[in-house]
Design a protein around this ligand. Structure first.
Ligand code: UD1
Ligand code: CA
Length: 457
């Protein structure tokens, strides 16, 4: 940003109802990449630097306010009388001597780079307008220019004559002008048009008659100015956003089996030489260390995965923390509070919750480990269940180092199995196992000779 840049006030229009979403959620709160659309707009604007944000809210105002609390201030537009009327509601909050940048809460993929251009092209003598040329300009305001190519006005689809309808350069709605100009032009807007609305777009004609130049900036892609009015457009922009994320990852060195089959709904931080197979979904903040490999169909939420760790296919991780060189899955479920030391192994159909595993400890097949502290070098056999819940309270299971739990054992918590403790297969354990002891908690086997099998007559 140049030093002589005026301060920037950003007005985000977000009062509309979004009828065509057929949803109880306000339109601007529908997510793209796990973040509400309006949040994308706000985030892009905040990257401009020192800006003040004002969001014009109307429909479901409190929900929108809650979602954006802390980053913006809010102006209520109780009746939606048009885009000009919406900006007018924010006018008293705008700083004298500042630029006003108008953005739309339902145009989520706008880039900071384009906003920078808009701001740079704007001064007391010049307003800026973001336009784009479309093969099908249906529904948009058309950009009218004189014979010299200067922008003279914007005419809305519903007010346009047949010649104007043929114009393919359209208004994206995003514009920038000084507070002083807005303060002069907004009160002069009328609503004598096909929609009976106060059009913000009418300020362009006022600028021209006041001798203020209008600079049309071209959007760098169609998707950055595309708005969302229905779920089809929401899904289309979701794919655009995901493709952008995938491209950024690959350009930063991550190998993706298929860039069209990864979903990032939050932030994904990756080390070097990370490999991600198809249909991985990352939500919230996820961190992958160097050489991490993510198998097909894994869902990872708010987790940290250490270097060289492999998630085999079909794993679900939720708020788990994995050290380096672990092998997980296929089909493992790591629930909140799972913390694995290095070289731990959690195999197929194993569920771990609120438990820590020390270095090299394993639960390779079909087990439930909940509310447990497992030391290092332990082996938890197939079918082992920690019975952590008595119907009222949760209890802890503690295993020291090098503990061996034979297959199909039930460990009734609270329970303590000390270092080198060994539980015989099929045991139900409800008392402490001292250091190095073998615990056998099962009925003795009885063999009956000469037994005759039942037979059909
Ligand atoms: C507007 C522009 C049109 C442009 C198009 C781009 C005007 C008059 N027209 O038309 O030139 O091509 O956007 O998408 O500006 N909003 C409010 N309060 C209101 C009215 C609207 O907050 O009273 C918000 C809506 O929630 C929406 C945005 O402003 O986010 C645009 O409103 P919309 O009614 O969709 O404008 P368009 O008719 O599409
Ligand atoms: Ca619209």
């Amino acid at each position: 940003m140049p030093d002589n840049q005026l301060p920037i006030d950003v007005v985000v229009l977000a009062a509309g109802k979004g009828t065509r979403m057929y949803s109880d959620i306000p339109k601007v709160l529908h997510p793209i990449g796990g973040r509400p659309m309006a949040q994308h707009v706000v985030d892009a604007a905040l990257l401009l630097g020192d800006v003040q944000l004002h969001v014009v809210v109307g429909h479901e105002a409190t929900l929108v306010q809650q979602a954006l609390e802390g980053v913006a201030s809010f102006v209520e537009q109780s009746e939606q009388l048009g885009t000009g009327h919406a900006v007018a509601q924010a006018l008293p909050a705008l700083r004298e001597g500042a630029l006003t940048l108008v953005l739309y809460g339902d145009v989520p993929l706008i880039t900071t780079a384009t906003l920078e251009k808009m701001v740079q092209a704007c001064s007391t003598a010049q307003m800026s307008l973001l336009t784009v040329s479309l093969d099908d300009p249906q529904g948009y305001g058309r950009i009218c220019r004189d014979s010299a190519g200067n922008v003279t006005s914007i005419v809305e689809q519903k007010d346009a004559n047949s010649e104007q309808l043929g114009i393919c350069e359209v208004n994206t709605g995003i514009m920038c002008m000084t507070q002083q100009q807005l303060a002069k032009w907004l009160p002069a807007l009328g609503n004598n048009n096909a929609q009976g609305e106060y059009y913000l777009t009418d300020v362009v004609e006022m600028a021209v008659s006041d001798g203020v130049g209008v600079t049309a900036i071209n959007a760098s892609s169609v998707e950055e100015v595309e708005g969302v009015n229905n779920k089809l457009q929401l899904a289309t922009l979701e794919r655009c956003y995901q493709r952008q994320c995938a491209e950024a990852l690959m350009l930063a060195g991550t190998t993706l089996a298929d860039p069209s089959r990864i979903d990032i709904r939050g932030s994904l931080q990756v080390g070097r030489d990370v490999y991600i197979d198809v249909n991985a979904v990352f939500t919230g903040d996820v961190v992958l260390g160097d050489n991490v490999s993510i198998g097909a169909n894994c869902v990872v939420h708010e987790s940290e995965i250490g270097a060289n760790t492999q998630l085999l296919s079909h794993c679900s991780l939720d708020r788990a923390k994995l050290a380096s060189d672990c092998v997980i899955g296929p089909y493992a479920r790591l629930r909140p509070g799972t913390e694995l030391g290095s070289k731990a192994k959690i195999g197929n159909f194993v569920e771990v919750k609120n438990s820590s595993f020390g270095e090299g400890s394993k639960a390779n097949h079909l087990a439930y480990v909940g509310d447990s502290e497992v030391g290092s070098g332990c082996n938890i056999g197939a079918g082992t269940i920690t019975c952590n819940y008595d119907g009222a309270y949760k209890h802890k299971t503690r295993m020291g180092d090098n503990v061996f739990i034979g297959s199909n054992s039930t460990l009734v918590a609270p329970i303590d199995i000390e270092d080198n403790g060994f539980v015989a297969a099929g045991s139900t354990i409800n008392q402490q196992v001292p250091k190095g002891n073998l615990a056998v908690g099962r009925a003795k086997q009885k063999n009956i000779s000469g037994w005759k099998r039942p037979k059909k007559d």
